[in-house]
Design a protein. Structure first.
Length: 422
């Protein structure tokens, strides 16, 4: 018997599903001894389909394995454990989610109240936005979409704290600002989210043969967006192994740098500034690696040469040039928006269906209650009628017999006249 297809995200909420079990297992792991101290970390790998999220996550967890994992559909969960920094008998735990599949599913996860940047997660949250350098036109829509989703979700989550009079959101923002941007000239212009944000640009091995001017525009746009959002920017290549063109050492160094960065952000966090072996690299002729706080808007520049102006205005200038350099950006954005609208319509339809079913259930429940009450009343009336029918008429005794004394009763013996006792 074929099962009806689930709407995006339904499997996560279904009791007994693999995701419900995964969440339950993760909660059990969190309760084990040794999961105290800094608290569990929560890491999300997001990005466009086929951007290399699964491969990158696999290489992060198992750096020596170059196997190609199956493309993820929906959301994949795993976790990592590491000896605690100050007590090696204890283990720090990191919950890691990879959001793959359709744009509709990404919308569901980004808007979830239980999975993405919740109140419980923001203190130790890490979001890795994976973009595909082999699909240049898709990079800007993906980056803008996910940075906006992060902002939107954090705003909603932070409001919950602020309504209670808690200062945690501001403390998280100031933590990022002081640890990463303390000596940066743009520290007051950058958006400090309060979480760790990483932009991972994969498949540089495909992109590096592009025209130098193309690589220049790509690197500047990525640097501008990363710097504006307080994010780390890492180019990655050769994740599937190989490196036949002699770039294996460079590929391994980029991966090692990314792995060190992720280990720090996940298991140490922004309480300390990451210290990386690799120095910042901003030359567009090679792979880019810019830690958060190491770049400046001045060094990145703007297409029209203006040094002043808002961050938004600068992004608009870079976007205009990017669209000219990489045709198809608008089409990809429109496609993402259409899928987003389709998701909204699907959710609205589901909610309306649930409401309609609820109303029907309420009406059915009321009708069942009425029917039950009528049946109970009929039973009471029937019992009363039977009791009345069984009762004797005229106040007769319960046994139903009576003795009648009459002088003319032939059955009563009569004493003979004049007779006496002898």
């Amino acid at each position: 018997m074929a099962l009806a297809p689930m709407l995006p995200g339904q499997a996560i909420k279904t009791a007994g599903s693999i995701w419900a079990k995964a969440i339950e297992q993760a909660n059990e792991e969190r309760k084990k001894p040794g999961a105290d101290g800094r608290g569990d970390a929560y890491c999300y790998f997001v990005g466009s389909r086929a951007s290399g999220k699964s491969t990158l996550l696999n290489r992060f967890l198992y750096p020596t394995r170059a196997e190609v994992p199956k493309p993820s559909e929906g959301i994949e969960y795993t976790y990592a454990r590491k000896p605690a920094a100050y007590d090696h008998e204890k283990k720090d735990l990191a919950h890691i989610w990879e959001v793959g599949g359709s744009q509709e599913f990404a919308e569901e996860i980004a808007n979830s109240d239980q999975l993405f940047l919740t109140a419980k997660q923001v203190t130790t949250a890490v979001v890795v936005i994976v973009v595909d350098l082999s699909d240049p036109a898709g990079i800007l829509p993906t980056l803008l979409y996910w940075t906006e989703q992060v902002k939107k979700k954090l705003t909603a989550t932070y409001e919950k704290f602020e309504k209670k009079g808690l200062q945690l959101p501001e403390q998280l923002r100031q933590r990022a600002k002081s640890k990463l941007y303390a000596s940066n000239e743009d520290k007051d212009a950058v958006y400090h989210s309060g979480i760790s944000l990483v932009i991972a640009a994969t498949k540089y091995d495909v992109f590096k043969t592009s025209d130098p001017e193309v690589k220049k525009v790509m690197s500047r746009v990525l640097r501008y967006i990363a710097h504006a959002h307080g994010a780390f920017l890492c180019y990655l290549s050769g994740l599937h192994g190989g490196g036949g063109d002699g770039s294996a050492a460079e590929d391994a160094a980029l991966l090692d740098n990314f792995t060190r960065l992720m280990n720090h952000l996940i298991f140490t966090g922004l309480e300390k500034k990451p210290v990386l072996k690799m120095q910042p690299m901003s030359d567009h002729n090679g792979p880019i690696m810019m830690p958060a706080g190491a770049d400046t808007f001045k060094s990145i520049g703007r297409p029209r040469g203006a040094a002043e102006g808002s961050v938004t205005a600068g992004l608009a200038e870079w976007r205009e040039l990017f669209e000219k350099m990489f045709p198809g950006v608008r089409e990809k954005e429109a496609k993402m928006s259409a899928k987003g609208a389709k998701f909204v319509d699907a959710v609205r339809h589901r909610k309306l269906t649930e409401l309609d079913n609820f109303r029907k259930e309420q009406v059915a429940a009321v009708e069942a209650a009425k029917k039950k009450a009528l049946m109970a009343k009929a039973q009471q009336q029937d019992a009363a009628a039977k009791k009345k029918a069984a009762a004797p008429a005229g106040g007769a005794k319960p046994n139903g017999t009576s003795k009648v004394k009459a002088s003319g009763d032939p059955t009563t013996p009569r004493r003979p006249s004049g007779a006496g006792a002898s």
